[in-house]
Design a protein. Structure first.
Length: 434
């Protein structure tokens, strides 16, 4: 998590100041609930709320922790400095550190998910806009990096939209999965704290009570959350890789926007490099790197250990901040991306007519030629296009066997580009609805 790849709103969620504020709210709501059921005096609960506008001193908490070697105790000691030792004597009653730590972490993850959902909405809007804009912009499809058959740029954007739409559903489910809290005390048995306290605290924080928490909230929830972020990161890389390919000099079907005054290279003034999408490829690797550690956090000893703690202190902020930045950056790339339809047609025609080979193959089989013979007839002409850059249609028209099977008009008809785009509207309805 470095400023270069960070945005303020997400960073604020993971700041020490925010964390301690959430810790305070957990403790204050717990005291309020205890007073409601008569476990502690009302005046003590009210005294805790007097600190609601306090800016907790991070340096002071760190100073106390240097002695106690325990972050939650350090915070509670600092809280008592504001509230008063006598007034604060019931704070944290019946609770354990994980009640505070785990519930806070999930509040932070939920808030982060809300920002990521907004990011996804913006990206989906940008992808849809570009898909509709280029619905009928013909370009060659590629398989294995080699020319295949015609498609459209709109379909390229549409498939990225559909992928991100699935990711949106996954993210919303991950948010729901992580939105639990636990105020269940040592080993999670509620022996020293009433379950009603947990219900009250969770309701105030927008969480659901964890059905069974031992002393920690089960980490399969977190594994699912970070795995979802990893899938989204992979989809970001999927889009970025396509754009990087399109910007290659010998392709140049699309490119990142190059702003006034921008420089592409310190050595070569002519360069326009795809730096944003290359950056996104790297950021995707960072987010994915958290997935395996998150899954390894699921297996903890008995009712609690802290082997997961150091991992989550790093991957929580790092993944959320990085993915937030990456989604915003990708949205900007898509929104401003330059598209070059003429270059798309030029590329498709570098090997004139070659992309129609399957249609000719199928026509020959429908005309009664065996598939093996039909494949041979088409391939022998196609290879000449590869090797000599001849025109595929002209070669077919000069091939007596092909003409005998299809006729001249039959060969000519197989080079109608509309054949390949006739179902684009159907696909768009599937992706975007009517």
């Amino acid at each position: 998590m470095i400023p270069r790849y960070s945005r303020p709103e997400m960073v604020a969620i993971w700041s020490p100041e925010t964390k301690f504020k959430i810790w305070y709210e957990i403790e204050a709501h717990a005291c309020e609930a205890m007073a409601n059921i008569g476990v502690i005096p009302r005046e003590n609960a009210d005294a805790v709320w007097k600190a609601k506008d306090v800016e907790f001193d991070v340096a002071r908490i760190d100073e106390i922790e240097a002695v106690t070697k325990h972050d939650v105790i350090a915070f509670l000691t600092h809280l008592a400095e504001h509230v008063g030792s006598e007034e604060a004597r019931f704070v944290h009653q019946g609770m354990t550190s994980s009640d505070v730590l785990d519930t806070c972490l999930n509040v932070q993850l939920v808030r982060s998910a809300d920002i990521l959902i907004k990011d996804m909405e913006a990206l989906l809007a940008a992808l849809k806009k570009r898909a509709l804009e280029h619905k009928d912009t013909v370009r060659v499809g590629r398989s294995h990096g080699i020319h295949a058959e015609p498609t459209t740029m709109g379909l390229t954007f549409a498939r990225f939209y559909a992928e991100m739409d699935r990711n949106m559903a996954r993210l919303k489910l991950a948010r729901e999965e992580i939105a639990t809290g636990a105020i269940s005390g040592a080993v999670g048995t509620f022996a020293n704290i009433d379950p009603a306290i947990e219900e009250h605290v969770c309701a105030q924080l927008g969480l659901s009570p964890e059905p069974i928490s031992t002393q920690v909230i089960p980490r399969d929830r977190h594994a699912m959350f970070f795995a979802t972020l990893g899938v989204i990161a992979s989809s970001i890389e999927n889009v970025a890789t396509e754009i990087r390919h399109m910007q290659r000099t010998e392709v140049l079907e699309g490119a990142e926007f190059f702003s006034m005054g921008q420089k592409g290279s310190s050595a070569m003034p002519h360069k326009k490099n795809p730096v944003l999408t290359e950056n996104l490829t790297g950021l995707a690797r960072l987010v994915r790197s958290a997935v395996i550690p998150a899954m390894e956090n699921v297996a903890l000893w008995h009712e609690r250990d802290i082997s997961h703690s150091s991992v989550e202190r790093a991957i929580g902020p790092d993944c959320c901040v990085t993915l937030d930045f990456a989604l915003a950056r990708l949205t900007g790339v898509v929104d401003k991306m330059l598209v070059f339809p003429e270059n798309m047609l030029d590329n498709m025609n570098k090997f004139p007519g070659l992309v129609m080979s399957q249609r000719v193959l199928l026509a020959l089989t429908q005309a009664g030629v065996s598939r093996e013979d039909a494949y041979s007839m088409v391939q022998r002409n196609a290879l000449k296009v590869w090797e000599e850059r001849l025109d595929f249609r002209e070669l077919l028209l000069a091939d007596a066997e092909v003409v005998a099977a299809l006729g001249t008009d039959g060969v000519e008809e197989k080079f109608n580009m509309d054949y390949h785009t006739k179902h684009v509207d159907t696909i768009f309805k599937r992706v975007f609805g009517a």
